[in-house]
Design a protein around this ligand. Structure first.
Ligand code: SF4
Ligand code: SF4
Length: 135
């Protein structure tokens, strides 16, 4: 039996596709949606926990890749270099899990690693490259 957490990124043309339903029905996988950010006309992002036999898991992943879903295992960590962060706020609206937010008292940008799903969207968005991927 396989139990894995993966990050799915899919183009807006797939936003209305019953992707999770097909994983269950056609590939006999059990799922748990950990996070989802799906906006019409934009790229969708979903973090799924998938459980099933090794064979079914492989088939399910193959199906996702075949329809154009980008996949990434959730086995890495994103950290912030506090010395580099200028609290510019460029990362806040990009973060799908609200791991980056403004503390209204100090007006500083806070990073909550507990909420972070390591999607890396903030890494490219951060001008001084303060958000770092740790493997
Ligand atoms: S974009 Fe980078 S520098 Fe700006 S607040 Fe976010 S982590 Fe800090
Ligand atoms: S990697 Fe960055 S954008 Fe993604 S969830 Fe973590 S803090 Fe938010």
């Amino acid at each position: 039996m396989v139990l894995k957490r993966i990050v799915l990124t899919f183009p807006h043309k797939l936003v209305d596709e019953p992707i999770v339903y097909k994983l269950v029905k056609d590939h006999d996988l059990v799922f748990n949606i950990l996070q989802a950010k799906i906006t019409p006309k934009e790229e969708g992002l979903m973090v799924l926990e998938l459980k099933g036999t090794k064979e079914n898991y492989a088939k399910g992943i193959k199906y996702l890749a075949s329809i154009g879903v980008k996949l990434k295992p959730l086995d890495q960590d994103v950290r912030r270099d506090e010395d580099r962060c200028t609290h510019c706020g460029a990362c806040i609206s990009i973060c799908p899990t609200e791991s980056l937010y403004v503390d209204k008292k100090t007006m500083k940008v806070i990073f909550d690693p507990e909420k972070c799903i390591a999607c890396e969207l903030c890494v490219k968005a951060c001008p001084p490259r303060a958000m770092i991927v740790k493997f």
